[in-house]
Write a protein that binds this ligand. Structure first.
Ligand code: HEC
Length: 314
């Protein structure tokens, strides 16, 4: 480096350093901090870059020296060879190296001394790129053999297959376990609980108005020839959150009451059932008379309680 280069570098550093230190200062993560935290990585990169630079200069020197030799052997003076070598591009040098062909001027040296009706044969070198590839396949074969068949680094195809079978078995087992867990935590008539949160009950009421009011009345009072009174203590299919959830989900075969699980989610059915639970004892006007059996609160049986039912009196 000459003096000029050193001074320009220093000048650039002098201007760049404060800018660099200030970047990101407001966000509390300045470039300066980042540099300190990553100092090892930065220094490592600098070393690697320097090594690459040195390799490049070394290659360039060798390339120049070889080019000069080549030109001199073609009969040029040293000065002329140096001048010509300086003009030769790296690409054409690489081409020379990879091709390895003998220059036209020297072909007579490698002419084989047979002659078939004027057809002659040159004993050219094999191109270095070709020879290089050939040798690397041999090296590759030994490396491959060592790594995949005699060491633990790489796995053979059989080992890979066996590992995959193990992995797949594990994945299947995990999937089955997850499915089983999902089944037991899934909301159903056995584990459903009555909701009390006002937003969930409001959601239940809203869905009741959309889907159930037409048959069970605006207030759950029931409608003649359509749906039952849902506000009394008498139930055909059982009262209590679990029975009500089940009736709504499964419906009543052969009756206008369909299986709502086809249209509504388990959560929505829970909301509806909980909302219906709140209707108990509200005594709406024009209520349809009680039907079914008296359901005693607290009874957990799926089967409705049997007992004396006096239809029409409550
Ligand atoms: C098309 C009319 C109709 C609609 C809509 C309807 N139901 Fe019903 N529902 C009935 C009928 C009819 C019965 C009585 C079935 C029977 O006789 O066993 C019934 C029964 C019930 C029962 C059981 C009553 C008992 O005494 O055991 C519940 C709970 C119920 N419905 C809730 C709902 C809910 C919640 C909805 C809205 C998602 C709904 N129903 C929508 C017609 C309907």
């Amino acid at each position: 480096m000459n003096k000029f280069k050193i001074w320009t570098t220093l000048l650039i550093l002098l201007i760049a350093a404060p800018i660099w230190a200030a970047v990101g200062e407001e966000e509390g993560r300045s470039m300066f901090n980042w540099t300190i935290e990553n100092i090892v990585m930065i220094m490592g990169s600098a070393v690697v870059l320097s090594a690459l630079y040195l390799m490049w200069t070394a290659t360039k020197t060798i390339w120049r020296a070889q080019a000069i030799n080549r030109f001199e052997s073609q009969g040029l003076s040293h000065e002329a060879a140096v001048a010509k070598a300086k003009k030769e591009s790296f690409l054409s040098y690489m081409y020379q190296q990879l091709d390895g062909g003998v220059s036209l001027e020297k072909e007579t040296d490698i002419l084989l001394n047979h002659n078939y009706d004027g057809i002659q044969e040159l004993d050219n070198n094999l191109p270095p790129w070709w020879v290089g590839m050939f040798y690397s396949t041999i090296v590759f074969a030994f490396l491959y053999l060592g790594i995949y068949h005699f060491s633990d680094i790489g796995k053979s195809q059989i080992e890979e297959y066996e590992q995959e079978v193990i992995d797949t078995d594990r994945a299947i087992a995990a999937y089955m376990a997850a499915q089983k867990a999902a089944k037991t935590t899934e909301l159903n008539a056995d584990n459903v609980t009555e909701l009390t949160a006002t937003d969930r009950l409001a959601a239940g009421q809203a869905n009741f108005k959309s889907y159930c009011m037409a048959c069970h009345g605006m207030l759950g009072e029931g409608i003649e020839n359509l749906g039952q009174n849902l506000t009394d203590d008498y139930w055909i299919h059982g009262g209590g959150i679990k029975n009500i959830f089940k009736t709504i989900s499964e419906g009543v075969p052969g009756k206008p009451m369909v299986a709502w699980k086809e249209a509504l989610s388990a959560d929505q059915i829970q909301e509806l059932a909980s909302y219906i639970m709140t209707l108990k004892g509200t005594n709406p006007p024009n209520a349809r008379p009680p039907e079914g059996e008296l359901y005693e609160a607290g009874a957990t049986s799926e089967i409705p309680q049997t007992g004396e039912v006096e239809v029409g009196t409550e």
